[in-house]
Design a protein around this ligand. Structure first.
Ligand code: ADP
Ligand code: ADP
Length: 228
């Protein structure tokens, strides 16, 4: 589960006065089950566009996008997305924000949900902050809540678009360690968009670099670093 296959994906945006912006041309890429793959490249090369297409949030014009062999035609319950700005529910606590999706879908019993929430709180290092509201948390902590909330849906594919982009260097580093822990747990396929090559190398099994020309992949390399 969570195997992603892109074959010749292309997309243009329509702009005012009938013009178009080519955002992706002929992007091919496969991400196997359970892998952590980063997509790096200069601003404007189409990384976010690709991620939005994979998330089913934007239609693509050409090619094929397959999740576990089936075409992606819209948002899919197997996929969770984490963007740079966490849109948490401000009037709900950390625990309630994390549990929100499970509660809506009445997943398991209340006790099951509470247990799962506690596990996730621990995984992202928020023990002691369960009852805090988003406004009482730092930016890094809010992004941790966001990550835990995404994982609460037990996605097969986790998409992240510059999730640490708005954070300071130290907080970023701490969150990379959390994410490394999630990667090692290995239960989810991750596609991670960043402009930070160092971050990509630290976190990934494989790094895909794109050139300035929209959607053009210039290299794909496997990271073979000793892991802690
Ligand atoms: P990246 O994430 O690599 O910075 P994007 O996918 O955001 O690249 O952008 C790729 C190209 O598509 C850029 O030229 C950008 O200006 C354009 N673009 C992105 N989103 C839109 C949009 N909603 N409408 C029009 N053009 C867009
Ligand atoms: P993070 O790396 O999660 O963004 P910070 O670097 O902002 O966290 O803060 C470091 C530590 O300070 C946190 O792990 C937490 O223990 C504590 N802290 C941060 N913000 C608050 C807050 N609003 N109320 C209480 N403690 C906080």
């Amino acid at each position: 589960p969570g195997r992603l296959e892109a074959r010749g994906v292309g997309k243009s945006y329509r702009s005012g006065r009938g013009g178009t912006t080519v955002a992706l041309t002929d992007l091919s890429l496969s991400v196997e089950d359970g892998a952590f793959v980063s997509l790096v490249g200069p601003s404007g090369c189409g990384k976010s566009t690709f991620l939005d297409c994979v998330a089913g949030l934007e239609p693509y014009d050409t090619g094929e996008l397959l999740l576990d062999g089936r075409p992606i035609t819209g948002p899919d319950p197997r996929t969770a997305v984490v963007f740079q700005d966490p849109s948490l529910l401000p009037w709900r606590s950390t625990a309630d924000n994390i549990a929100y999706g499970m509660t809506l879908r009445r997943k398991g019993t209340a006790a099951d949900r509470a247990r799962k929430t506690a596990e996730l709180v621990e995984l992202v290092g928020l023990t002691g902050f369960e009852r805090h509201y988003p406004g009482e948390l730092s930016g890094g902590m809010r992004q941790r809540v966001n990550l835990a909330r995404a994982l609460a849906t037990e996605p097969e594919l986790l998409l992240m678009d510059e999730p640490f982009g708005a954070l300071d260097a130290l907080t970023r580093e701490q969150l990379q360690v959390e994410l490394e822990r999630i990667r090692l747990a290995g239960r989810v396929t991750v596609l991670f968009v960043t402009h930070d090559i160092e971050e990509a190398v630290f976190l990934s099994d494989r790094v895909v670099t794109m050139t300035g020309r929209p959607g053009t992949v210039s290299s794909v390399f496997d990271v073979d670093l000793p892991r802690p």
